[in-house]
Design a protein around this ligand. Structure first.
Ligand SMILES: [Fe+2]
Length: 299
């Protein structure tokens, strides 16, 4: 895994080793036990991102952030977050040790519970994360849960995940989550804006996804996304762009089963593929990942 890009292994499921006593993997947040150093790490990350996000994050994110009790100098209290979320979109935030198994994750989402890592990354490893922590999960994901369309979409994803497991289609569904909830871009006011949590919680990728000439930016197409591999170890090679966030609502209503059938008959695409039928917003020159591959070869 790259130590230069602040990426999170949220595409993976936890093994049995970290299993807590509760069957749904929840643990107490134990807010009072966070140390001053842990709150200081939050403050550093918060300030860094808030300086970067004006003009980059979408309106829904900014609006959600404004209305939630997410403060600059302390790790948020999940109970206070849940009170506000519950009033607006019926969601709550529950604490988990880090990654959880797929079925546990889907079950939580299907019931409008967002599992958030209880711990915060080490102060000397701000950009290196093995598992999603409280900064990624709360700063990145929770503001978007205030948006009614995203709130419904993520719940539908939870139901869809349980079904995809039965249909053996988890890979295809996970790519949809990855290229929307985690790494999605959206058109807004004539420009591209970030709504994906993996980007919005990452200083380096917030700039890379919008400003680098390296990645492709393509119009979102559901079947296309289901076929496309992604990077869990570095910045994305391709970002898919929604015309508007409300398009997620349509996605939440589609029956994916016939699509899985259709897509499983087609080749899986590499993370940097561009097809003749793609809507190309910007075609990347791939320089970043070429350079990274050379660096890795030299090691
Ligand atoms: Fe995430």
């Amino acid at each position: 895994m790259s130590a230069t890009a602040d990426t999170v292994l949220h595409g993976l499921a936890a093994g049995e080793a970290g299993r807590p006593d509760s069957p749904d993997w929840t643990i107490p947040q134990n807010w009072a036990a966070y140390t001053p150093q842990e709150h200081a790490t939050w403050a550093t990350l918060y300030q860094r991102q808030m300086a970067l996000l004006p003009g980059r994050a979408c309106e829904a994110f900014v609006d959600g952030m404004r209305r939630l009790p997410i403060e600059p100098d302390r790790i948020p209290d999940f109970e206070r977050l849940s009170e506000v979320l519950m009033r607006h979109t019926g969601w709550q935030v529950v604490a988990v040790p880090g990654l959880v198994p797929d079925d546990v994750f889907f079950e939580h989402l299907a019931h409008r519970r967002f599992p958030a890592g209880q711990f915060i990354r080490r102060a000397d490893q701000l950009d290196y994360l093995q598992e999603p922590d409280v900064f990624h999960d709360v700063f990145g994901h929770v503001p978007m849960l205030m948006h009614p369309v995203m709130a419904d979409f993520i719940q539908a994803y939870g139901h869809g995940g349980l079904r995809a497991q039965r249909l053996g289609a988890l890979d295809m569904l996970a790519r949809v989550y990855w290229y929307t909830v985690e790494f999605g871009l959206v058109r807004e006011s004539g420009a591209l804006r970030i709504y994906g949590a993996g980007i919005v919680s990452s200083a380096s990728e917030s700039r890379f996804c919008l400003e680098s000439p390296s990645p492709h930016r393509l119009g979102f197409d559901l079947a296309r996304v289901m076929r496309t591999r992604y990077r869990i170890d570095d910045f994305q090679q391709t970002y898919f762009v929604l015309d508007r966030l409300d398009d997620l609502l349509r996605l939440a209503e589609i029956d994916f089963a016939p699509l899985y059938e259709q897509v499983s008959r087609l080749d899986t695409l590499s993370a940097d593929a561009v097809l003749p039928q793609d809507t190309v917003i910007t075609r990347g020159d791939g320089r970043y990942h070429r350079q990274r591959a050379l660096e890795l070869q030299d090691r």
